[in-house]
Design a protein around this ligand. Structure first.
Ligand code: GLU
Length: 284
């Protein structure tokens, strides 16, 4: 059997909170218990929101917690060529198309529940594009979901993944419509970069919050299209406060840096997070 490899893959768009630490410790402990490797990947593809100070903050916070990672820290911003290569491959297969729509245009044309990303109505799909327009106008690239699904070989039609929480899950990527694979401001998107890097780093077990469960439908499809292996997924419940609500920055939850400044004991915090994890899995 191959060695277990897990990872923690934060986006450096703010300081880490106990909710991040919950995910990190779970990924860390899973790998350590199996004698495997625990990797740290910085998902800094968002040029508008990523900050260097948050990158060093992440490393500092993990060190404070005593969660040591193996090998060098991977930075997505240094791997843009790799993502662009995968996009070229999908372009050559006719599975992506350029999209010139603005967010406001999309929001104005489709109704979506509050906070949800609207399913793209397909405005730019099938639209003839001349190369001069591609040069001149900002655009992203979207997956043509119907064509992508049709491109799967019969053996790949019933895509699924194994989830430690949910069991065997049938992938239904069509629920997301034509997702963005390259943004106007970055030559990739979260979906494309995360799928490629989990494969490139040999990640066998993806540990992340339940809030990313739905995204896995897209990742599973991209794995099939790009001929990448499918890791096991561990989508864990989100850390909640005493009132049972998700701990979130907007509700004034303290960052690890703030807790540290107040003299919090990292061992006690880790013990609390591990206890919560056990409780969540009915082990305590
Ligand atoms: N970078 C993502 C985030 O911070 C997590 C990616 C993942 O674990 O797949 O929300």
């Amino acid at each position: 059997m191959s060695m277990m490899i897990s990872r923690f893959a934060p986006s450096p768009t703010g300081r880490l909170h106990p909710g991040h630490a919950f995910s990190a410790v779970r990924a860390h402990d899973l790998a350590r218990a199996a004698g495997g490797r625990f990797l740290l990947r910085i998902e800094d593809i968002d040029p508008g929101r990523s900050r260097e100070a948050f990158v060093s903050g992440i490393e500092e916070d993990l060190r404070w917690l005593g969660l040591a990672w193996d090998g060098p820290v991977l930075r997505q911003s240094e791997r843009l060529d790799l993502y662009a290569g995968a996009l070229e491959r999908l372009k050559a297969a006719g599975l992506v198309y350029p999209c010139f729509c603005t967010r406001a245009e999309i929001a104005g044309s489709v109704a979506a529940p509050h906070g949800a990303t609207p399913v793209y109505p397909g405005t730019c799909r099938g639209r003839p594009v001349d190369p001069a327009e591609l040069q001149a106008r900002p655009h992203g690239w979207r997956l043509d979901m119907a064509r992508a699904l049709a491109a799967l070989s019969p053996g790949e039609r019933g895509l699924f993944w194994h989830d430690a929480t949910a069991g065997r899950v049938m992938a239904t990527p069509a629920i997301h419509g034509d997702v963005v694979l390259a943004r106007k401001d970055a030559p990739t998107s979260y979906h494309l970069a995360v799928t490629i890097d989990d494969a490139a780093q040999g990640v066998t077990d993806v540990v992340r919050g339940m809030d990313l469960f739905e995204a896995t439908h897209v990742h599973r499809l991209l794995q099939a299209l790009l001929e990448l292996p499918t890791p096991a997924y561990h989508h864990h419940p989100l850390l909640t406060g005493p009132d049972g609500r998700r701990l979130a920055k907007r509700d004034g939850a303290k960052s690890l840096a703030e807790l540290r400044a107040e003299g919090a004991d990292p061992q006690a915090l880790l013990a609390m997070l591990r206890r919560k994890d056990d409780e969540g899995r009915g082990k305590a």
